[in-house]
Design a protein. Structure first.
Length: 72
C-alpha cells in the first residue's frame, strides 16, 4: 500500500469511525464510557458478547447454515 493510499484510508476511517460508534451506542443502548475504551482493539469475542455488542457467538458453519435456512 502506498503512503498516499494509507493516508487516504486513515482519513476515511477517522471520518467514519465516530459515526459507527454513535450508531452502535444508540442501537445497542450502551453507555459509551462503559464499553468503548475497554474494547477498542480487543479481539476477544467473549468480551464483545459480555458488553452487549453482539447477541451470540457462532462458528462460520453455523452462520452459513442459518443463512441457508432463511426463506427466499
Amino acid at each position: 500500500m502506498s503512503p498516499e493510499s494509507r493516508a487516504n484510508i486513515g482519513w476515511i476511517l477517522d471520518e467514519v469511525y465516530p459515526h459507527i460508534l454513535e450508531t452502535v451506542e444508540r442501537e445497542r443502548h450502551l453507555d459509551p464510557a462503559r464499553w468503548s475504551g475497554s474494547l477498542q482493539g480487543s479481539h476477544h469475542l467473549p468480551d464483545a458478547l459480555a458488553a452487549g455488542l453482539v447477541d451470540r457467538l457462532a462458528y462460520w458453519d453455523e452462520v452459513e447454515q442459518r443463512l441457508l435456512s432463511l426463506p427466499g
